[in-house]
Design a protein around this ligand. Structure first.
Ligand code: SF4
Length: 156
């Protein structure tokens, strides 16, 4: 059968794109107001001891090359615009993972005059990894679960 007929060609291309994305997601990390506890755990996740690269995950410096935005901390009034700008610069489909209780709900910073709340107050979130801070094993577990859902998800 000619794959260009009946949209089969497009379907094949979509399957290849999804396969590539799930097997080599590029991530960018943004701290929107964290105490740095969660950021240190993310750094530990990248070390050879935990070796998150075995899942094909690579940390990127530019949002234009990233599939996944990994956020830590509550969103402060000062960081809101930067978080939005980084999210908007990422190509579609894009996914957001929140690491830590502060990014999930504001955590210990909830109610502070300069804090808006969790990351989902500003941008859509696809996965939450709770903890204060979550251990590298929990971060890896959350990201691998997200990769599983990427096989069918379209992102935003
Ligand atoms: S969840 Fe805990 S470790 Fe992470 S930013 Fe908040 S207070 Fe710091």
């Amino acid at each position: 059968m000619d794959p260009r007929k009946n949209g089969a060609w497009q379907e094949l291309l979509d399957q290849v794109r999804t396969w590539a994305r799930v097997n080599s997601p590029w991530a960018i990390h943004f701290n929107s107001g964290s105490c740095n506890g969660c950021d240190i755990e993310i750094l530990a996740t990248l070390t050879p001891r935990y070796d998150v690269e075995r899942f094909g995950i690579k940390l990127q410096g530019s949002p234009r090359h990233a599939d996944v935005l990994v956020c830590t901390g509550p969103v402060t009034r000062q960081a809101r615009e930067r978080l939005l700008r980084i999210y908007e610069q990422m190509p579609e489909p894009k996914f957001v993972v929140v690491v830590g209780s502060c990014g999930t709900s504001g955590g210990v910073f909830q109610g502070c005059y300069n804090v808006l709340g969790g990351v989902d107050q500003v941008i859509p979130v696809h996965a939450y990894i709770p903890g204060c801070p979550p251990r590298p094993e929990a971060i890896i577990d959350g990201i691998v679960k997200l990769l599983g859902s990427l096989k069918t998800a379209k992102g935003k």
